[in-house]
Design a protein around this ligand. Structure first.
Ligand SMILES: O=C(O)CCC(=O)C(=O)O
Ligand SMILES: [Fe+2]
Length: 333
């Protein structure tokens, strides 16, 4: 076994070589699948290395993402996020609120009011009826943006299917059990930019974060981070632990719908993005890419076989995936 990517305060996030699942013999495949499932069952998070998405393409996608965020604000607002049903387009950063605080009650108020220092652009599948992606005009630096992002979208979609196969193998059910639940690609590619920020901002306002604590909603999230750091995952003891970037790995975490689907045998763990651990007066921008994988919107999600012994052990009612996701999104935007 590899050394864990994170091992602190009871939070053990394994680092797993995914090529051993994809290319290994039956024994290695099974062993790797079990390690993947175990990571989701205990931490809710894993790191994967040697995935089929090539490092130079990944770098190209990050560079292309940075070019989008460099557009003037009005250009970005032209492709603004509209509705939870579409869940596509640009979301602007909240305005910073910096105050000198003394009263704890006031601090709490501002803490909850302090907007996240981030902006994002979300892309869905191209062929969803009624929900076209609002692509930015392909001028100058942005020539090729759409094809790069669609290509990346498709590669992530394929990786989602493979990770679900690993989960199925780990669970001892048919390796293709999830295929018909995830083949449509009702997923969302979210480009994220956390602008440069003075470290003072975090000191003056103790509630300030780059992205507030949350769980993800869908099946799994493929999270590609740059080398800046700041991502933290909540340990079983309730402390936030750094999920330090490891080059050319993808962080994969289970979402709420997979937790529900697995009858809570898999964990959807709280995480957030805070000031990077490195001491600096000004923290440089951070870029990350979250690919939110979902079961097909049309899928009916009820406890996976083997996650309960008797009907009475099923913790949740069955639910339509699309309906669940829209409900969750409507509550946060
Ligand atoms: O930027 C990151 O590293 C995390 C983002 C995240 O958790 C999210 O967008 O759901
Ligand atoms: Fe997240």
């Amino acid at each position: 076994m590899e050394k864990a990517a994170v091992n602190e305060d009871g939070l053990v996030i394994p680092l797993i070589d995914f090529s051993k699942f994809l290319e290994g013999d039956e024994t290695l495949k099974l062993e790797t699948a079990k390690a993947i499932l175990h990571g989701f069952q205990t931490a809710g998070f894993i790191y994967l290395k040697n995935i089929p998405i090539q490092p130079d393409f990944r770098e190209h996608v990050f560079n292309t993402s940075a070019k989008f965020f460099k557009l003037p604000k009005e250009k970005k607002l032209e492709v603004g996020w509209t509705t939870p049903e579409a869940n596509r387009g640009y979301s602007a950063p909240g305005r910073e609120k910096v105050t000198q605080l003394t009263d704890p009650a006031e601090i709490e108020k501002i803490r909850s009011a302090a907007p996240d220092i981030k902006e994002s652009y979300e892309i869905g599948r191209e062929d969803e009826p009624g929900h076209p992606n609002p692509w930015p005009a392909e001028q100058d630096e942005l020539v090729g943006f759409k094809s790069t992002m669609n290509n990346f979208f498709d590669q992530c979609k394929a990786l989602h299917i493979e990770v679900m196969r690993a989960i199925a193998v780990g669970m001892g059910i048919d390796a293709h059990y999830f295929d018909s639940f995830v083949d449509v690609g009702d997923n969302i590619l979210r480009l994220l930019h956390y602008p440069a920020v003075k470290s003072e901002v975090f000191k003056v306002n103790p509630g300030q974060v780059r992205a507030g604590e949350h769980t993800d909603y869908g099946s799994i999230t493929l999270l590609f981070q740059d080398s800046r750091g700041g991502l933290q995952v909540k340990s079983p003891n309730g402390q936030f632990i750094d999920a330090t970037p490891i080059e050319n790995t993808v962080v994969v975490n289970a979402g709420d719908l997979l937790a529900r689907w697995s009858n809570d045998t898999i964990k959807s763990t709280v995480h957030r993005v805070v000031e990077p651990p490195k001491q600096e007066d000004v923290h440089p921008p951070r870029y990350s890419i979250a690919y939110f994988c979902n079961p097909n919107h049309k899928s009916y999600i009820e406890a996976i076989p083997g996650t309960y012994a008797a009907e009475s052990e099923k913790k949740y009612e069955g639910i339509n995936s699309g309906k669940y996701l829209v409900q969750r999104l409507a509550a946060t935007y």
